[in-house]
Design a protein around this ligand. Structure first.
Ligand code: FAD
Ligand code: SF4
Ligand code: SF4
Length: 468
């Protein structure tokens, strides 16, 4: 260990930008065994590992780095998978620059340990070697739990509950398992077979999936199971209220991304086939600066857009998305217009121009972010054949959606829970993931799912039926 003084930081190299623009495959190569060991050995085994403190799952990073450096990969996998249900997914798509790696404290002037790439390497090795096995519970408890939502929160909870011997039923309105891992996040960040592999494993471990099953009545579902978990994510796209918003060819990000992801999966998507949701040959403008916006601009590049522009009202330093993804987008030819906000969409039937306003940053607001105000008189027009709105997501009217007026929600419309045990205002009904937190990250959804599962297990184990 402590090799950081002699060994420079090295990430698995991404494909050259001009090559990766042409397909939807993941852009990063994998470490080979020697590289993984050498990079893991850069870790200085800190007494207080800030990487671990800033990993939402509190992964035991120094230990699995040491074991990787020593070539003890089966043990490294055992430790990494003890705290993370999907380490191969987090290794690929966590914004490591803001979490573990961004807080790695090897001596000043040396670059962080490449933690995410090592985590991916350990888990891919474990799959290749057959160390990742379906769940075999020690005993069946006779309890059953219904989970609404097969995204990372629901799946992480399902995995933990099944390990504890409960019968687990996961309901999802989509036709595939994975939630935003399948229909939001594009293939070039996370190839779909990685998610499908987990689906198979969970099914082999005895979890039952009910797909194409939109749950609209929480009471009915609760009556079928001893406990229920709501892990339905947030999908209501935030809108911009500006003139011209009803013109054609202005789409919410998820409409656009879902069509692209479905097409990549081999589904017949008429709106893509007709060209309506295909960026090919068009001047695309994406409004927003988060991960969703980055996924839209990079999808449009790969679909063969004539030009792709990202309009963001703050500057680069204040972007909410991962800096790595912004860099990737820039390399792939996306043009960023910082400090620019749309004022109106213009066109006859379809949008053909966006009228935009230059913005300037002012003092930090209560949230710690710099606020923005319009720069007087500074406006410009941007040609646009298709506009994509990536402004974030809110929860729908959940008490109405689930036919449960007594379901309490937060001031943001997300589900209110007892923070100690994840229980909602409905007895025996728990909630986890984005539907509680608001739009967040996969790693937080996994953490919430695991902790909610522990709370449900406790709830069942201490129930009257368990005592009888
Ligand atoms: P979801 O993944 O949204 O899953 C919820 C599931 O519930 C869905 O399958 C849905 O079909 C189902 N459902 C909803 N309502 C019902 C109902 N009534 N009945 C039955 N089923 C229902 N995070 C990262 O960490 N890294 C990234 O790079 C990243 N990129 C992103 C890119 C995009 C485009 C988006 C939109 C998000 C991204 N995120 C990223 C955020 C991340 O995907 C989410 O935080 C995470 O998926 C939330 O998990 P979840 O399980 O709470 O919800
Ligand atoms: Fe880093 Fe995410 Fe892995 Fe935690 S789960 S170690 S934050 S990549
Ligand atoms: Fe190793 Fe960096 Fe974590 Fe320290 S902070 S234990 S050097 S990975």
């Amino acid at each position: 260990m402590l090799e950081f003084t002699d060994t420079p930081q090295h990430y698995p190299q991404p494909k050259a930008a001009d090559k990766r623009r042409r397909d939807f495959n993941e852009i990063y190569a994998a470490f080979d065994p020697a590289e993984a060991a050498v990079q893991a050995a850069r870790c200085s085994q800190c007494g207080i590992p800030f990487c671990q403190i800033h990993c939402p799952l509190a992964n035991n990073i120094p230990d699995w780095l040491k074991l990787t450096a020593e070539g003890r990969l089966e043990e490294a996998y055992a430790i990494s998978s003890a705290t993370n249900t999907f380490p191969e997914i987090c290794g690929r798509i966590c914004p490591q620059d803001k979490l573990c790696e961004g807080n790695c404290v090897i001596e000043k002037g040396f670059k962080s340990v490449t933690i995410g790439a090592v985590e991916k390497y350990i888990t891919e090795t474990a799959f290749a070697e057959g160390w990742v096995k379906p769940i075999v519970p020690a005993r069946e408890t006779g309890f059953s739990v219904g989970i609404i939502g097969a995204g990372p929160a629901g799946l992480a909870a399902a995995d933990m509950l099944r390990r504890n011997g409960h019968a687990v039923h996961v309901y999802d309105r989509y036709d595939r398992v994975g939630g935003l891992l399948i229909y939001g996040i594009p293939n070039f960040k996370l190839e779909k077979h990685i998610v499908a592999r987990r689906h198979r494993l969970l099914e082999d471990g005895g979890i039952t999936f009910h797909l194409n099953h939109d749950v609209r009545n929480i009471g009915e579902l609760r009556a079928k199971h001893d406990a229920a978990l709501i892990a339905t994510g947030v999908y209501k796209a935030r809108e911009i209220d500006i003139p011209g918003g009803d013109l054609e060819n202005i789409f919410p990000a998820m409409t656009y991304l879902t069509a692209g992801n479905r097409t990549g999966l081999g589904d017949n998507v008429p709106e893509f086939e007709s060209g309506r949701l295909n960026a090919e040959g068009k001047k695309i403008v994406v409004i927003g600066g988060g991960d969703t916006a980055m996924d839209c601009v990079r999808t449009a590049v790969r679909q063969g857009a004539r030009s792709v522009t990202c309009l963001y009202r703050r500057d680069r330093a204040n972007m909410p998305g991962s800096a790595r993804e912004v860099k990737n987008a820039e390399e792939e030819g996306v043009q960023f217009l910082w400090l620019s906000a749309p004022r109106a969409f213009a066109g006859k039937k379809s949008v053909n121009q966006i009228l935009a306003q230059r913005m300037r940053l002012i003092a930090h607001d209560a949230s710690g972010r710099q606020a923005v105000v319009p720069a007087p008189g500074e406006t410009f027009a941007l040609p646009c054949d298709m506009a994509i709105k990536a402004l974030g997501f809110d929860a729908e009217d959940l008490p109405a959606l689930f036919a449960a007026p007594e379901l309490k929600v937060s001031k943001y419309g997300t589900i209110a829970i007892n923070r100690k045990n994840f229980e909602t205002s409905l007895p025996g009904v728990f909630a986890a993931g984005d539907i509680v937190r608001g739009a967040s990250l996969v790693v937080w959804a996994i953490k919430d799912g695991r902790e909610a599962a522990a709370a449900i297990h406790q709830h069942l184990a201490t129930s009257e039926r368990a005592a009888a």
